[in-house]
Design a protein around this ligand. Structure first.
Ligand code: F6R
Ligand code: MG
Ligand code: MG
Length: 370
């Protein structure tokens, strides 16, 4: 059976500040999802969250970017915003950038990651949800999962993975894309995805098939809104096992809390800390950035799960490393490399600060002498 999995996510208000979601807002989302299932719009669902972001994880047979599914998600976010306003939630409706829905969610604010595939006899899927970071945060783990034999031994010893994987990489600034294949194009691939603020992996495919095995949300709010709104807090879905990386290989990259852009005011580098759902509430300096992993066995479109994959003890060292890295970076205060480099600050609130200083700048003495 061909199934589409859609994760559609948005921050529609935080409890308290940008750290969590109010129970009444959660309830509203659950009710809408349950109704969509009853009405036959979707086969199944699971509501996920991380920090102040709600993710609707839905299975259906309508394909990606389907108008009915996207409209449902939009209407649900609007309803949740009403509840968020009632409870005075911070930034209620902050990710909903337009008033009227028009066909699909492209450019409207909410992020989405969707893929359609033939469901295998057993289909393990991991949904990753991150808060206080941007879509390029997935580049490092996707590279490790699908291209690095030091992470994924299956690339070496499983004959069905030996041909490698193809990566669809988007240039978010020039709106171009390129497909690069590992291992053949490894160095070219790294050249791009090593700059995650601009180049992001959208899909991963097996070498011999156009069916996606992983997908990310690549929406960047500042590009849509033309002003700083907050970080995009991306999601990712990865299929696992039987000729694909094993669940343990999919989770392994997160044993290193790599540095990502985001954290306080979307303007700082910090470690991406893997956490169980109990600990998904970024608090210290609005962070540090974090990621949860919800595991499902998909069967006949039913989402059996979730299992809270990062609740496992084996991620304790990664958390410790992340907290130590957070201490180290925080001591830089407003200095780079904790604070993002200048060119990236242009996408946050920096331009409005600079505007005030316009006219105060004069030519330097060196220049005047010329
Ligand atoms: C980062 C984030 C927060 C806010 C910060 C300031 O993605 O959401 O760190 O940027 O709390 O928020 P405002 O400007 O709304 O007071
Ligand atoms: Mg928020
Ligand atoms: Mg958020």
């Amino acid at each position: 059976m061909k199934i589409t999995l859609s994760i559609i996510k948005a921050d529609i208000g935080g409890f308290v500040g940008h750290s969590d979601i109010h129970p009444a807002v959660r309830k509203c989302c659950e009710e809408h999802l349950e109704k969509a299932k009853k009405d036959g719009l979707i086969i199944d669902y699971s509501r996920g969250e991380v920090g102040d972001d709600t993710a609707m994880i839905m299975s259906h047979t309508r394909g990606i970017e389907n108008e009915d599914i996207h409209r449902f998600a939009w209407d649900t976010f609007i309803a949740m915003t009403e509840v968020a306003k009632e409870y005075g939630q911070y930034g209620a409706g902050q990710d909903l950038l337009t008033d009227a829905f028009s066909g699909n969610l492209r450019g409207m604010g909410p992020g989405f990651a969707e893929m359609t595939f033939e469901e295998r006899p057993s289909e393990p899927v991991i949904c990753f949800l991150a808060d206080k970071t941007e879509p390029g945060a997935w580049n490092y783990p996707l590279y490790k999962i699908f291209a690095d034999p030091f992470n994924t031994i299956g690339l070496v010893i499983d004959p069905s993975m030996h041909e490698g994987f193809r990566f669809e990489v988007l240039d978010l600034i020039e709106e171009k894309q390129i497909i690069l294949k590992a291992p053949e194009d490894l160095y070219d691939l790294l050249l791009f995805i090593g700059s995650p603020s601009r180049y992001v992996i959208k899909y991963v495919y097996r070498a011999d098939s156009d069916e996606p095995v992983a997908v990310t949300s690549t929406q960047r709010l500042f590009l849509m809104a033309g002003r700083y709104i907050g970080k995009d807090d991306p999601v990712m879905m990865v299929r696992a096992q039987s000729g694909l990386p094993a669940v343990g290989e999919v989770l392994e990259p997160f044993s290193f809390p790599h540095a990502v852009a985001g954290w306080m005011r979307g303007s700082h580098h910090g470690p991406l800390m893997p956490v169980g759902t109990e600990d998904d509430t970024p608090t210290r300096f609005d962070g540090p950035p974090r990621v949860v992993a919800l595991g499902f066995q998909l069967t006949q479109g039913k989402l059996v799960g979730p299992r809270d994959m990062f609740a496992d003890k084996s991620y304790d060292n990664a958390r410790k490393m992340a907290l130590d890295a957070a201490d180290y970076l925080r001591r830089h205060g407003p200095f780079e490399p904790h604070r993002l480099p200048l060119d990236e600050m242009e996408y946050t609130t920096m331009p409005s600060v600079l505007k005030k200083l316009e006219g105060k700048f004069t030519a330097s003495k060196e220049k005047q002498k010329k």
